[in-house]
Design a protein around this ligand. Structure first.
Ligand code: F6P
Length: 324
């Protein structure tokens, strides 16, 4: 392998830049050329490439977002699109790829590898933490800190006005952000896609908490929660059933995806970037590099995409006990 391409794809996450930097510098360390591919697979289809050396990634370890930009490419889902992408890689002399992204990006990498026998290595970058084969995805820790900081602020005003707040956090299919930030911020209830609490139990629990002497409450809701109502409908339902509560909603939205990465995410990105490049140079392909029991480890891409990423049941129990 003489030249490695690196791209970021799907929803961005804090730590992606630190991972790009690690990939570029590890390539330089091993005297391998490195090419940045802009806008994920879309840039691969369009041949939007830039040679990168160790100095082209100065001062980005602390930056949120991704200097390579990101996209969710529909064209790459077609055989035609992938063929064009392959041709551009060949023309540029690129013979291996590091893909930084989530499960959609890894699915693309797998298909591409099968079609063209092209070496690929994944680095998990998504705030959702919904990838099998790593205890932490890049950006998860930073997003948690962002959410906890936001909820702490909401708590101040909630308690001044004796209000109940529904705070919606990201997590389309996974409750990791909601569950962890909910525990960290001392939420009264945490609603996640993996567990359907049910409206009646939610109201019962809020009534219990009121009776126990609490005058304000925070309920953290993952956007993919399966309770069957969106966060505004939840507010209406609770207001109807508990007129004694003054309820407000706060949707945190995309601020959760931005910001300077935490030290944890920067270190993780650096470790995963080094491992990704060195694994490709050892002839490995079709793996994702991740963190398992605090050690950097490889997991086959297929497993990373399809493996079970259920929330930790112990956390659910801890959360229940904390609301006593
Ligand atoms: O996958 C990461 C994520 O941030 C999800 O939590 C969220 O549902 C989604 O991306 C939002 O995507 P978009 O930025 O395309 O609206």
């Amino acid at each position: 392998i003489k030249k490695i391409g690196v791209l970021t794809s799907g929803g961005d996450s804090p730590g992606m830049n630190a991972a790009i930097r690690a990939v570029v510098r590890t390539c330089a360390f091993h005297n391998v050329e490195c090419v940045g591919i802009y806008r994920g697979y879309q840039g691969m289809i369009e041949g939007d490439f830039k040679e990168m050396g160790p100095r082209s990634v100065n001062n980005i370890v602390n930056k949120g977002g991704t200097i390579l930009k990101s996209a969710r490419s529909k064209e790459f889902m077609t055989a035609d699109g992938r063929k064009q992408a392959y041709q551009h890689l060949i023309d540029a002399g690129i013979n291996a790829l590091v893909v930084i992204g989530g499960d959609g990006s890894f699915t693309g990498a797998e298909v591409f590898n099968k079609e063209f026998n092209f070496p690929v290595m994944g680095i998990p970058g998504t705030i959702d933490n919904d990838i099998y084969g790593t205890s932490h995805t890049l950006g998860f820790d930073t997003a948690l800190n962002t959410v906890v900081e936001a909820i702490d602020k909401i708590r101040d005003t909630a308690s001044s006005h004796n209000r109940l707040f529904f705070v919606e956090v990201m997590g389309r299919d996974a409750g990791h952000i909601a569950l962890n930030s909910g525990i960290g911020a001392g939420a009264e209830e945490i609603l996640i896609p993996e567990e359907d609490l049910g409206l009646d139990r939610l109201v019962e629990s809020l009534k219990r908490s009121k009776l126990s002497g609490k005058s304000s409450s925070i309920v953290v809701v993952a956007e993919g929660d399966k309770i069957g109502k969106n966060v505004f409908e939840l507010k209406d339902y609770v207001e109807e059933n508990m007129p004694e509560y003054d309820v407000r909603v706060s949707v945190l939205g995309h601020m959760q995806r931005g910001g300077s990465p935490s030290c944890f995410d920067r270190v993780l990105a650096s470790r995963l970037g080094v491992k990704a490049v060195e694994s490709l140079l050892e002839g490995k392909t079709n793996f994702m590099v991740g963190l398992l029991n605090d050690k950097v480890a490889l997991t086959p891409l297929t497993q990373a995409i399809k493996g079970n990423t259920e929330v930790d049941r112990e956390l659910l129990r801890v959360s229940d006990i904390m609301t006593t």
